[in-house]
Structures are given as C-alpha cells and as structure tokens.
Design a protein around this ligand. Structure first.
Ligand SMILES: [Zn+2]
Length: 418
C-alpha cells in the first residue's frame, strides 16, 4: 500500500489554483467566494473517492468511508485538517492534512481493503484567524466549546459582519450550532498531518515529526499611558513617552523568553498601536499585544512573572500608568496528545524505514480541541525554510508521500482494531 505522488500533487496544484495570488500565493479567507469554491472542489474529490459527504450546521465537512467498512455504525477513525488560508498564504498549510487523509482512503480503495471501523475525512471550517480575528471556529462547535455569543459578538470581521450571519448567508444553520457537537462515542480517534511551520525538520534532514504536545498560549493586552506633548517644545526630563516605556517591555519579553528557550517557550509582542502616531508629538498611549506559548507550564509562568515584574518597574521608574491583562484572550495549558496513538505513528514510520523525530508543536491546530472529546495524534512534514502563512510556503512531494505513508499505517491500525 503506497501513496500515489501524482494524485497528491494534482490535488495540491488544483486546490492551489483556487484563490491564487501571484505565482504561488493563495487567498481563501474563511467563507469567501474562493473558500467556498475550494470546499466544493474537495467535496467533489471526496465523492470521487467514494466517501459519503455530510456538512454540519457550522460548515464542517465530513467524508465517511462506508462501502468497504465492516460496521459503519462503529466510532470513526477521523483524519483531516482545514483548507482556509490567511490573507495570502500558500498551498500547504492545512491542505496537506486533508489531502493526506483523503489519500489514505484512496490507498485503501486501490487495494479494496476493508476496515472494521469507518474512516472519516474531516475539513474543519474557519480554522484561520485572519478574517474573523479568532481561530478554530469549526472545531470548537464540534467539541461543544462554542456559544451564541462567540458566533454573534466575538467572531466578527472588519466590516462588522458576524460569523453567525456569514454562516447563514452561505446557506448554513448557525442557529443549530449545538447540533455540530460530536459525541465522544462517534469518534474513535483523530489524526492530523500538518506542515511544521518551523525550520526544525529541514534543518536536521528528517521528513516526519511525530508531535508530542501542542503548546498552549497565554494572550493578552497592555495599555501604557503617557503624556502626548509637542516633540519640539517639551523638555526630555519632563516627558512621559509611552513608546519608550513599551520598548522596555518588548525587550524584556524577548530576554525572558530567551532565558526559557531551552524548554521550547516563546514570547512575542506582535502588535503595537501608538497614539496619536504623529512625528512631532510624543507618544501618549501605546496598546500592545502579549503572547507567551510553550509546552512547559512552569517555564511559561516564569516568562509571565518576569513580564509582570517589568511592568511594575517601568511604571515606577517612569511614573506612568500601565494596565495589563494577560488572560483576556485565552490561557491554555499545553495540549497533551495520546501516547498509544503516537506510538502507532512511530511504529508506522519504523516499518516504512522513515527517519522521524518526536517534537512539540509551537503553533495551534484543530487537533488540540479534539483532545476534549477523543484521543488525538499529530504528525508534521517539513516546511522548506520554515515558511508558512506566506506564498513561499513549500513542502516537497516526496515528504508529503512519506508523511502520508506514516499516517496511513497508524490510521489503518486503529480502523482495524477493536
Ligand atoms: Zn493550519
């Protein structure tokens, strides 16, 4: 049983032409015209592979293998990812997990191979954050962690259109979002293959990473209030420059996270809004994002503690008002993946003679929420130069084939076992 490289490549290229930007870029923002066209393409491919396709009230797509399944009423072995993209991404993020899952089905079909449990390929809707400012909008309802408030008030795009209204406008049924929840009894386990989105695999020359845990993120905002005065007339000694204060925080975030780098912790201040933002006025207010991620809780907490200390120090030494909230945008512990499923992935790699490493995931994935209702495992394939969420995103077909081989071995094992 071997993945078919031509089949995988054809899917990647054909889907990559939908929403194409420039040479290699792709833009399929959640539930835009191009995202809808991409979904239609994949539904057609699922049907061609003999899968029974259903779409839940919030737009998640499920393709179930029924025909060659001994008992289709048993819990499914689920495999998949997402196909929506950031503003301009590439052809691989998310896509490789969906096409890899579909390829596993086609490999089994090629051999007319039966399984005891059904295999279900899933395409989660709305995984990317770009359009509605929040990620995982398909998987959260599936695990029962969605609310009307999220759908109507929190997930809103820049034009003020809510996710709720968007779902309704494309013929879905947001009012039935609670029906999207899958019972733990309907799923045996969930596998997700994804591009690494970092440089590690390429750097050490391995084709597959078996994921041990997914980092949890603690996110929040800080606002630093200074005095906006004339940059020419106001003397240095009397200034309260909010951007100068914010700069100290930015540097401390970097230093604190570097002290914990050996444990895989990372810290980022990715967004600064400076007011009034005028060349000849001293910055009067800065709003900044705060994000710390890691798979080691004490390590993550040390970075947060160092930042807290720095906030007080800067507030005192500059006599300024600083307000900060760490957890208002989420505070997730690391998501632990299933040890036995992980062992099956490793076993599968060994059987195929594929060199792999075990590694954590720094980025978040639908897989982390699936841990709330079922056993979950994940694997990575290399991202050339560590690039993702950009048009240059690239994974070689040979690595997609190796990743799919490893995935197929573990999926088959689970789908056959009791
Ligand atoms: Zn992704």
């Amino acid at each position: 049983m071997r993945p078919n490289p031509g089949r995988i490549e054809r899917n990647i290229e054909e889907l990559g032409r939908i929403g194409k930007v420039g040479e290699t870029g792709v833009s399929r923002l959640t539930f835009t015209k191009d995202d809808l066209a991409g979904r239609e393409y994949m539904i057609e491919e699922m049907r061609r592979a003999g899968l029974e396709v259903t779409i839940d009230p919030v737009g998640n797509i499920f393709g179930k293998r029924v025909e060659l399944t001994e008992d289709p009423s048993l819990p499914s072995v689920m495999v998949g990812s997402h196909i929506d993209t950031p503003l301009v991404g590439g052809k691989y993020d998310g896509v490789v997990g969906v096409i890899g899952g579909l390829e596993v089905v086609r490999m089994l079909n090629d051999e007319r191979m039966k399984t005891r449990h059904p295999i279900e390929v899933v395409i989660f809707a709305g995984e990317e954050l770009t359009r509605f400012g929040s990620s995982f909008k398909g998987s959260l309802p599936v695990v029962g962690s969605c609310t009307e408030k999220l759908l109507k008030e929190v997930w809103v795009d820049k034009q003020g259109v809510s996710y709720w209204d968007t779902l309704a406008s494309v013929g879905l049924k947001p009012e039935e979002f609670e029906k999207a929840k899958r019972s733990p009894e309907s799923i045996k386990c969930y596998f997700e293959m994804h591009i690494e989105q970092g440089p590690v695999l390429e750097d050490i020359g391995k084709s597959v990473g078996v994921v041990s845990a997914i980092a949890g993120a603690t996110r929040g905002w800080a606002t630093i209030k200074g005095l906006p005065n004339h940059s020419g007339a106001f003397p240095m000694r009397l200034r309260k420059d909010a951007l100068a204060a914010a700069s100290e925080i930015v540097l401390e975030m970097e230093a604190a996270a570097r002290r914990e780098a050996h444990l895989g912790t990372v810290g980022t201040i990715g967004d600064l809004v400076v007011k009034p933002g005028v060349m000849n006025i001293i910055p009067g207010e800065v709003t900044m994002s705060l994000e710390v991620r890691g798979v080691d809780i004490p390590s993550k907490n040390r970075v947060l503690e160092d930042l807290r200390r720095k906030f007080s120090e800067v507030a005192a030494s500059r006599n300024m008002d600083i307000q900060y909230h760490y957890n208002n945008l989420g505070d997730d512990d690391p998501f632990v993946l299933d040890g036995e499923l992980r062992a099956f992935l490793e076993e599968s790699a060994k059987q195929e003679g594929i060199d792999y490493i075990v590694m954590p995931s720094g980025a978040g994935h639908d897989a982390m929420f699936m841990t709330r209702i079922t056993r979950v495992a994940m694997l990575f394939v290399p991202s050339v130069a560590g690039k993702s969420h950009v048009p240059e995103e690239f994974t070689e077909t040979k690595d997609l084939v190796l990743g799919t081989s490893v995935l197929a071995g573990a999926v088959l094992k689970m789908a056959r076992s009791r």
